[in-house]
Design a protein around this ligand. Structure first.
Ligand SMILES: Nc1nc2c(c(=O)[nH]1)N[C@H]1C(S)=C(S)[C@@H](COP(=O)(O)O)O[C@H]1N2
Ligand SMILES: [Mo]
Length: 202
C-alpha cells in the first residue's frame, strides 16, 4: 500500500506498481563521451545551432529535484531524486529567439516529444544525469534524459541528443500516435481526442 502522502501525490487513474518498471520503444543506445553532443537548434536567438560537447554540458549548473513520474499506462514511479541541469540553465546558455513557445526534445533513434516552453522552463524540468545520487543507468537514459515530472512520462525523453526551439507547435513521437499534445496527468490528458481547441497544433 502506498503511504498516505504517496496516495495524495497520485494523479487520477494511476497506481504505484511493485518494482520500478523501465519503459521505452526500441534499443538502449551506448554512450561514447567523445562522440556525444547535445544539439540546440531551430529558432535560437543567434540563428545558429549550438552543439554542446559532453564537457560543455557537464559544466552547466546542476540541481536536484524530488519528483514522481507518471506513465500514461497508469503506473507511477514515486519519489525519484533526479539530479542534473535545469532546463532553464540550457535556455540561458543557448537562448531561444523571442516568442518561441514550444520545444521539441529529441532522443536517440529519432524519438521525440514536444513540450510547451512554459512546461520546459519550469524549475522542476531537468536534463537529468543522475537518479538517487548515482549516474543514470543505461536503460533509464544515460547519460542525459529529460524529466518533465508534471507531464506524462512519455515527455521525459531518455537519451536526449537535441533540443529544438519551435516557431510553431509540432507533435512528437507519441503525440503523432494518438496521445495528448499537452499530457497533464492531473487532468488525465491521455489521448489526442481529449484535446480542447488550442491544445494541439492546427
Ligand atoms: N528515448 C525514449 N525516451 C522515452 C521513451 C522512449 O521510448 N524512448 N519512453 C517514455 C515513456 S512512455 C516512459 S513511461 C518513460 C519511462 O521511464 P523509465 O524507463 O525510467 O521508467 O520514458 C519515456 N522516455
Ligand atoms: Mo509511458
Amino acid at each position: 500500500m502506498p503511504d498516505p502522502t504517496e496516495e495524495d501525490r497520485l494523479p487520477p487513474g494511476q497506481y504505484v506498481p511493485r518494482g520500478r518498471p523501465v519503459v521505452h520503444y526500441g534499443r538502449v543506445p551506448g554512450f561514447r563521451p567523445e562522440r556525444w553532443s547535445l544539439s540546440v537548434f531551430g529558432a535560437t536567438a543567434s540563428g545558429e545551432e549550438t552543439r554542446l560537447s559532453w564537457p560543455e554540458f557537464s559544466a552547466l549548473p546542476q540541481v536536484t529535484v524530488l519528483a514522481d513520474l507518471h506513465c500514461v499506462t497508469r503506473f507511477s514511479l514515486m519519489g525519484n531524486e533526479w539530479s542534473g541541469v535545469p532546463a532553464g540553465a540550457l535556455l540561458s546558455a543557448v537562448p531561444p529567439a523571442p516568442g518561441v513557445a514550444h520545444v521539441m526534445v529529441w532522443g536517440e533513434y529519432g524519438y521525440s516529444a514536444n513540450v510547451r516552453m512554459a512546461d520546459f522552463a519550469r524549475d522542476t524540468t531537468l536534463l537529468a544525469t543522475g537518479l538517487g545520487g548515482r549516474p543514470l543507468s543505461a536503460e533509464r537514459g544515460h547519460p542525459v534524459r529529460a524529466v518533465v515530472p508534471h507531464l506524462y512520462a512519455w515527455k521525459s525523453v531518455k537519451w536526449v541528443r537535441g533540443v529544438e526551439y519551435l516557431t510553431a507547435d509540432r507533435r512528437g513521437f507519441w503525440e503523432e500516435r494518438g496521445y495528448h499534445n499537452v499530457g497533464d496527468p492531473w487532468r488525465e490528458q491521455r489521448y489526442s481526442y481529449q484535446e480542447d481547441p488550442g491544445e494541439g497544433p492546427p
